[in-house]
Design a protein around this ligand. Structure first.
Ligand code: SF4
Length: 665
């Protein structure tokens, strides 16, 4: 496939963008650290080198009260410019273009001085914000202008005003959070006044030559959000105020509708973007669940948008745009929408990386250096840790042989194949298979390596993964007991009544797989009004169809089931299972299994969970069969991934460990 529209340049004022691909703004979580700017400069340099037309930085606040908290960046005075110059110099050295996003977090800030148009606490907020006075508003608008002027001094190619996702400007726009009765509230003219005044101040600071983009909430997906007409009114007002590109935001962080997780169909928000595009004459960028060049090209071709904004896809593959340009689109390392490496850590106070590309955010420490002495290396196991270590070691010059007992690469990762919504995970083993072959790795599928096979190698990487842990109660060998791998691989069929032991990620995956595809439309499941006849485009969700099975999930721990799931996706999985009538139990003592089912005790009460199939998802044990014999033979051995620590199935850690090892040996 060719990508003529995606690759066509775009002149924006005095600046020519090489193509229609934008790297969307992402907070990376290390912005508050001492070495943040050199690290950010390396991060953005790599993306600029990868050919993306325009980069938008993570949010930079115009004042302290608008910051995230300890891990945010504020740009309010000339003394704060030096770090930014590192970023702009790095991007420009690679021929890239970068605009700085100005973000005031409003009531989403994680500190005690948060402000908002009205004193209404966010459902996900840490405190009730202070209502801004008219003087606060005037000062804040002025500070946006100051920050924009400083961005120009720092060498940015322009500025993006963040007006979506439920942050301060969006809070002014929506009646949900703006209950003001003065000239900054009321009708949409009053509610958008703050944004328009900011835009004027920023436009004036940028002068005529630099780029001004605004990220507008195309659809709020919250009750009392903007109406369809109001969104269009705001878009037109932004155009009239000198905005050059409208970037799109979808939903608020507090929305109870998933917007970017893998459960959201790709391109799901085209309808919301297309409505705005039809109403303005400036370029509009589509975002959220646009992750392949094929989809991006089709959105441009069908007139939905003029550009595409992608954040996570460029974490997963910084060379995304260059690969499209050079006819190597099939070698893109695709984002799988898992959020495990990027957004989940951010919402838990950590730093962003990427599950399928562990170098993301660690460009300074995950450095590939050619080997001084090439060794022969055997990697035992073709799961995430094995694939990653084999790839990096081979790229650096080692001669690597990868042994995999199964007939395909991926290890436990390929179990995702049968889980509704996770089919795209299969792109990762496919990508690694291609890269391993290109790096010259000798891949031996269907080969369970023994000690004799490994004798001739200089060193061995044991990445043999895990074995599912067995249940240790009477009746554990009953025919109705199955391992999670039996179910997810399709080796075993489950009956109509299922008990699932374990409420971690694997237990949730099994329940989701057993419920199967329901055939319902995404919008019906989540109550999204594509006609946009209601404020925020929310409507009543459809009732779930009768579930394919009756499922009871349980765990020994007393905490809420699903507490260990990812911050940004766990609530989605829980909501979907609850909707299908899945029962979830905590604090369960497993007693025994017989023909009647699973006998348990909960809070001192005995109960029989009647089940045709009992699926065990209680963890894993490391697979280290060869370790002792190799060590006895004096062979240098490296344990990595689940074979080293099988605490829980953790592909994020396995890819990272494997990559690090491959870069070091
Ligand atoms: Fe995409 Fe997952 Fe990587 Fe995030 S961690 S960029 S969602 S593949």
């Amino acid at each position: 496939m060719t990508f003529p529209r995606l690759l066509s340049p775009l002149q924006v004022r005095s600046i020519r963008l090489a193509n229609r691909m934008i790297m969307g703004s992402m907070h990376l979580g290390f912005e508050g650290e001492a070495d943040a700017f050199p690290r950010l400069a390396r991060f953005y340099r790599e993306r600029a080198k990868g050919g993306v037309g325009l980069i938008v930085t993570g949010g930079v606040s115009p004042n302290d009260e608008g910051g995230f908290g300890a891990d945010g960046i504020v740009l309010a005075e000339p003394g704060q410019l030096a770090g930014h110059r590192l970023i702009t110099d790095a991007v420009h050295a690679e021929g890239g273009r970068i605009v700085m996003q100005i973000l005031h977090c409003g009531r989403y800030g994680k500190h005690s001085a948060i402000v908002a148009p009205s004193a209404i606490r966010a459902p996900i907020g840490v405190a009730t914000p202070r209502e801004m006075t008219a003087a606060d508003i005037a000062r804040t608008i002025e500070q946006y202008g100051v920050t924009a002027r400083l961005a120009v001094e720092a060498g940015y190619d322009g500025v993006e005003v963040m007006a979506s996702e439920g942050y301060l400007v969006n809070e002014f726009l929506a009646p949900r959070t703006n209950r003001r009765t003065d000239s900054w509230g009321g009708s949409i003219d009053g509610r958008m006044r703050f944004l328009i005044e900011i835009t004027r101040a920023v436009r004036a600071a940028l002068g005529p030559g630099l780029i001004l983009t605004a990220r507008l909430s195309m659809v709020d997906l919250v009750e009392d959000g903007m109406t369809a007409d109001e969104v269009v009114r705001v878009a037109r007002a932004l155009e009239a105020t000198g905005v050059d590109i409208l970037n799109s935001g979808i939903g608020w962080h507090e929305s109870r509708v998933p917007t970017i997780a893998h459960t959201v169909p790709q391109g799901a928000w085209s309808w919301a973007v297309a409505r705005v595009k039809a109403a303005v004459s400036i370029p509009v960028a589509a975002s959220n669940r646009v992750k392949t060049p094929e989809l991006a090209e089709s959105l441009l071709e069908s007139g939905v948008a003029d550009l595409v904004s992608m954040a996570r896809p460029l974490l997963a593959d910084p060379a995304f745009a260059a690969k499209v340009r050079d006819g190597r689109a099939e070698t893109i390392n695709a984002c799988i929408g898992c959020n495990q490496g990027c957004l989940d850590p951010i919402f838990s106070g950590g730093t962003s990386t990427c599950l399928v590309n562990p170098r993301a955010g660690r460009e300074d420490t995950f450095v590939a250096r050619p080997v001084t002495r090439a060794e022969t290396i055997a990697v035992v196991g073709g799961g995430p840790a094995g694939m990653a270590s084999a790839l990096e070691a081979a790229r650096r010059g080692h001669r690597v042989t990868l042994f995999e007992a199964a007939e395909e690469l991926g290890g436990q990762f390929v179990l995702a194949r049968r889980i509704p919504g996770k089919a795209e995970y299969m792109a990762t083993p496919r990508h690694y298979a291609g890269e391993l072959a290109a790096a010259g790795v000798d891949i031996r599928l269907g080969t369970r390596a023994g000690a004799a096979d490994l004798a001739a190698f200089d060193r061995v990487v044991l990445a043999a993964g895990v074995t599912p842990r067995r249940l240790g109660i009477p009746g554990a060998d009953h025919p109705k007991v199955a391992g999670y791998d039996d179910i997810l691989s399709g080796r075993r069929e489950a009956g109509a009544r299922v008990a699932i032991l374990g409420c971690g990620g694997v237990g949730f995956d099994v329940a989701t797989a057993l419920l199967g595809e329901t055939g319902e439309e995404f919008e019906a499941v989540w109550g999204i009004d594509r006609a946009f006849a209601t404020p925020g485009a929310l409507t009543a969700a459809a009732a779930a169809p009768p579930p394919a099975r009756r499922i009871v999930m349980m765990q020994r721990r007393a905490e809420r089931p699903g507490a260990t799931l990812g911050k940004t996706t766990g609530w989605i999985h829980k909501a979907l299972l609850h909707r299908s009538g899945v029962e979830m139990l905590s604090g369960v003592a497993y007693r025994h299994i017989d023909d009647a089912g699973l006998h348990v005790t909960i809070a001192g009460q005995d109960r029989v969970i009647e089940a045709d199939t009992i699926v065990v998802c209680i963890g894993q044990d490391p697979r280290r069969d060869l370790l002792e014999s190799l060590e006895k033979a004096g062979k240098p051995v490296h344990l990595v991934g689940g074979a080293r620590d099988a605490g829980r199935l953790d592909a994020l850690a396995a890819f990272a460990e494997g990559t690090r090892l491959g870069l070091e040996i």
